[in-house]
Write a protein of this length. Structure first.
Length: 391
């Protein structure tokens, strides 16, 4: 799965370095001489931008904050609509709510990402942004989504929280639309404990997000910070050098994480390829997949339940489907949607029927970086046994 498997000596040394070399300056700005001119957050921002090939990157306190900042910078206002997909972490919808906009939910298709056909049906004259999510490191059908977005002249903002380093047709996820975000929370590809990164090629979008993330500071190079200029107010979503230091060490491990996940996922797929009563999730770019999770469908909701129970009996847990579906499927979020007249008192799972059918039949297997061949074989055996039980 993620960078947390590999948190160790390098991250510890990188953090100690703040005290050994920079006199413990934890703030991302200023005190240049005391810190020996070492700026870890800034350095991390530059390295991540280089890695994904974007012009600008902003490292903030969480992926959720990065989503909110992106929406603010894209000019989303109360009363606007933002379209995202039914299968995502709840944070995507929370960011939309935070800027006062209305979350509009498109169905997922067999990729378990945004269904481009349903996306088009959900567009209205209030739609301001489209947020496809690359769930579990598998790219959404970006060609089709971008085509619909361009036809209606609406910016695409990628929630690549789970997909740092994953690609779509040779391009890093997060860089295919107007802007993108990555999360660095504890469950993601690499981690700084908490953290998020906004990437974009648009200088004015970056500037707006930067200012909002730091009380409106324009980071005007011609004046000291205390006299910094401002043209609007913001909030505080800054990170400290602690996250910067950990991020720098983690980023060096990104290629290794991706390579191991992809190899381990392929091995498991090969071992279970003859099981004929499961159907793999569709993947718009097998090679670009981060390799984080293997998801497949069984015949029915009931069978998915028995399947997960059988895995559990053998000591194996699932990843989000079905175990944490309540945090990842809009169909369960009555506490969010009950304020809108069209959803009030309704069974949301009946509204997003296509998503319900797919997600309720899905089993997600976590792929670990540190899985050895014996563990992969044990997983394959447990999957085989569970699939036999539901025949
Ligand atoms: C993790 C996640 C987020 C939010 O990131 P945080 O860093 O935890 O705030 C947003 N969207 C998706 C799809 C995620 O998985």
């Amino acid at each position: 799965m993620p960078g947390w498997e590999l948190l160790g000596k390098e991250e510890k040394e990188s953090v100690c370095d703040i005290f050994d070399k920079s006199n413990g300056v934890l703030y991302r700005y200023g005190l240049d001489a005391l810190r020996q001119n070492i700026f870890r957050v800034k350095d991390f921002e530059q390295k991540i931008a280089e890695k994904v090939g974007s012009k600008y990157s902003l490292f903030v306190s969480s992926g959720t904050a990065a989503l909110k900042l992106g929406l603010i910078a894209l000019g989303v206002k109360p009363g606007d609509e933002v379209i995202t997909q039914s299968f995502t972490f709840i944070a995507t919808v929370e960011a939309i709510l935070e800027v006062g906009a209305k979350p509009v939910i498109a169905e997922v298709d067999k990729t378990l990402n945004m269904d481009p056909k349903d996306l088009e049906k959900k567009i209205t004259d209030k739609t301001k942004v489209i947020i496809p999510v690359h769930m579990a490191g598998v790219p959404a059908s970006m060609d089709e989504i971008i085509k619909v977005a361009e036809k209606h002249n609406i910016p695409v903002f990628e929630d690549s929280a789970q997909a740092l380093g994953a690609m779509y047709k040779g391009k890093p996820l997060g860089t295919l639309g107007k802007a993108g975000i990555y999360s660095l929370d504890i469950g993601k590809v690499i981690t700084t404990g908490e953290g998020g990164v906004l990437v974009t090629d648009d200088g004015s979008l970056y500037k707006k997000a930067l200012e909002y993330s730091d009380h409106g500071h324009e980071c005007n190079p011609s004046v000291p910070r205390g006299e910094d200029t401002r043209s609007s107010w913001g909030f505080n979503y800054k990170v400290t050098e602690l996250q910067g230091a950990v991020g720098l060490a983690q980023l060096k491990k990104l290629d290794y994480v991706l390579e191991k996940q992809r190899t381990n996922k392929q091995k498991l797929k090969d071992m279970i390829k003859d099981i004929d009563n499961i159907e793999l999730r569709e993947n718009p770019d097998e090679e670009g997949d981060a390799g984080d999770t293997l998801i497949f469908f069984v015949e029915s909701k009931e069978k998915a339940k028995s399947f997960a129970e059988s895995l559990k009996e053998n000591g194996f847990g699932t990843k989000n489907l079905p175990d944490a579906i309540d945090w990842h499927y809009a169909g369960t979020w009555t506490h969010i949607f009950n304020v809108y007249p069209e959803y009030e008192g309704k069974n949301l799972e009946e509204i997003w029927k296509q998503s319900t059918d797919l997600l309720r039949r899905a089993i997600a297997i976590p792929i670990m970086v540190n899985m050895d061949d014996t563990q992969i074989e044990d997983w394959a055996k447990a999957i085989k046994e569970a699939s036999d039980k539901i025949r």
